[in-house]
Design a protein around this ligand. Structure first.
Ligand code: NAP
Ligand code: 12T
Length: 348
């Protein structure tokens, strides 16, 4: 690392996640000497303001990563597969936001509040987990540490910004069309490359990412497999149902979990969550205080409320977990990983 700071690249700089990465690097005053903004040829030449100066977006090529210390990737899995080896070959550390490398045993999958130490095993690429996984494990980890964890059943209520800038436009335009009594043709959600597209405005769509042979969607399988990997618990029982709602930003999750101990109270869990890193507890039912996506937008924390003991299982609990999917779910977790790399002395 140069004494004057790092050379940082953002690949996918014009996207929904990339824009938040740039904003987060600025807000955190990340030690940057040079910031390189990379996209496809489509937006090359466009300008982005960083700390008051304009930076021109460039088309990504393998040579773009020459001299780069840390590269934050969010341009899609295929683009990561193409460029990550090129960036690593040139000495960069890649923090990858796509699903391309998450389950690769040679790639740490990191949420700093949970498994920061896994960064020490990196071989140039570090994977940022799926947005829905991240916010859930941040809330579960303090409970797992104290009481042990046996089983997790989650249903998600996910915002459209997880599916990119085109999905945000589709929700906004469709809502307007419906209010105006005009016709519309869904073309982005639930999955752009799938055969059928459905209305998202005023709807709930139980498909995020593509269906797998086992009847689960890939988003559901990401939550299941990534949770076990991050927590180093291959034996953990996890299941998920992922649903898209007409919300621009902020994912919500109804999480049922079973711990290893009996006799634990909601008060015990509140005490742990109150002290947990990255968690803000918002749980005062008698004052109608609970987390909601509209209030979480723009915040880095994971918000937890509605903690209840199950009525049948003494070791079972329910909670409601909300976070900004573009921040802790993506950009903030990536920048936080970069900060951890610096803190642990893992950047050359
Ligand atoms: P988006 O709004 O559609 O933006 C896509 C970005 O990728 C744009 O900057 C685009 O540049 C760039 N890009 C596309 N094709 C490219 C190419 N061939 N070469 C270089 N750059 C290219 O999507 P997004 O929501 O920001 O998400 C981007 C990716 O991040 C997703 O595909 C997903 O893998 C990942 N992601 C992860 C999470 C998470 O859970 N952690 C959440 C959301 C997204 P142009 O402007 O030139 O098109
Ligand atoms: N398809 O990072 O559509 O694997 O909301 C995150 C979000 C993939 C990912 C979405 C997706 C990812 C979505």
């Amino acid at each position: 690392m140069s004494v004057n700071g790092l050379t940082v690249a953002v690949l996918g700089a014009t996207g929904a996640v990339g824009q938040q990465m740039i904003q987060t690097l600025e807000n955190r005053d990340f030690p940057i000497k040079t910031l390189k903004l990379l996209s496809s040829a489509r937006s090359a030449g466009s300008k982005v303001v960083f700390k008051g100066s304009e930076i021109i977006v460039e088309e990504a090529t393998p040579e773009s990563f020459e001299g780069v210390d840390i590269a934050l990737f969010s341009a899609g899995g295929d683009i990561s597969k193409k460029f990550a080896p090129e960036a690593v070959k040139r000495g960069a550390i890649v923090v990858d936001n796509t699903s391309a490398f998450r389950m690769d045993p040679n790639v740490p999958l990191v949420v700093p509040e949970v498994n920061e130490e896994d960064l020490r095993n990196h071989n140039g690429i570090i994977a940022n987990p799926n947005c829905s996984t991240i916010q859930m494990v941040v809330a579960l980890e303090p409970l797992r540490q104290q009481y042990g964890l046996k089983k997790v059943l989650v249903s998600t209520y996910q915002a459209v910004s997880g599916a990119g800038a085109a999905a945000i436009d589709e929700l906004n335009q469709q809502s307007q069309a419906i209010l105006n009594g005009e016709d519309f043709e869904p073309s982005v959600l639930p999955v752009k490359s799938d055969n059928k597209h459905y209305q998202i405005a005023y709807n709930a769509v139980p498909q995020i990412d593509k269906f797998q042979d086992n009847g689960f969607t890939y988003e559901e399988m990401k939550m299941i497999n990534e949770t076990k990997k991050i927590m180093h618990m291959p034996e953990l029982k996890v299941s998920a149902t992922c649903v898209r709602l007409p919300i621009v930003t902020g994912h919500s999750e109804s999480v049922y979990f079973e711990i290893d101990q009996n006799g634990v109270t909601v008060k015990d869990i509140h005490a742990l969550l109150n002290e947990a890193p990255g968690v803000t507890l918002q749980d005062v039912p008698e004052e109608q205080i609970y987390p909601m996506p509209a209030a979480a937008v723009g915040k880095n924390d994971v918000f937890v409320g509605r903690v209840r003991k199950d009525l049948d299982e003494d070791n079972g609990f329910h909670m409601w977990v909300v976070s900004d999917n573009l921040l802790k779910g993506a950009a903030w977790n990536s920048v936080q990983i970069a900060e951890s790399l610096l803190k642990l002395g893992l950047v050359k």
